[in-house]
Design a protein around this ligand. Structure first.
Ligand code: HQG
Length: 178
């Protein structure tokens, strides 16, 4: 079983294109695991996929991308679907980080962090995670320091993703340090 491939396909289905899988996400972005399995099985590549394979791919994964609860599975972050998911704002840590490419920094320091293709801006709780995120786009990424608690105190909304990822609607450049 190609566990990385399975994780990528589930990410695509739950974050970006549930309709391609005839899945309807609830207001939290969750769907019955069995429905997801039935849908994946229509593809010969995943015709024998089981819940055990999904659990194994989550266990082997470098990141905590999904959560399974009460028979339902959801992506914890990364969504681009038009349906805005319900998330409860939560007070963030004092400082968060954002790893990005050098070529984006000027624009970010001017316009702030914008969600771009996704529903939320993605922030990291530690520099190691931010560095991994940034390296997807630049071999020497820039780690921006985000004064998250200050932004929260001023009314900006933050949302918990997982132990290392926080989400925000956007981040004004006055809370960002290059
Ligand atoms: C940039 C992966 C110019 C921003 C990762 C980023 C993460 C701006 C890019 C998760 C900008 C958007 C999300 C502005 C933001 N001007 N550039 N004003 N505002 N940007 O992929 O945070 O492996 O949507 O810096 O690890 O890179 O898929 O966001 O470079 O956790 O599970 O616009 O996706 O997780 O890129 O990554 P993305 P991201 P997975």
């Amino acid at each position: 079983m190609n566990y990385v491939g399975l994780s990528k396909e589930i990410s695509y289905a739950l974050r970006h294109a549930p309709w391609e899988y005839e899945l309807e996400l609830d207001e939290n972005g969750a769907v019955d695991v069995q429905q997801l399995i039935d849908s994946l099985r229509e593809d010969t590549k995943w015709q024998f996929v089981t819940i055990k394979d999904i659990l194994k791919s989550m266990e082997l994964s470098d990141k905590k991308r999904f959560e399974i609860k009460d028979g339902k599975i959801r992506a914890l972050y990364g969504h681009s679907i038009p349906q805005k998911l319900i998330k409860e704002p939560q007070e963030p840590p004092e400082i968060l980080y954002h790893g990005t490419a050098r070529r984006f920094v000027e624009s970010i320091m001017k316009d702030g962090l914008l969600p771009r293709g996704r529903q939320y801006v993605h922030l990291s709780s530690d520099t190691a995670t931010a560095s991994i995120v940034g390296k997807r786009r630049d071999s020497s990424p820039v780690l921006l320091k985000i004064y998250a608690k200050k932004a929260w105190d001023d009314g900006a909304k933050f949302y918990y993703g997982n132990e290392t990822i926080w989400l925000a609607d956007n981040v004004d450049s006055k809370y960002i340090e290059d």
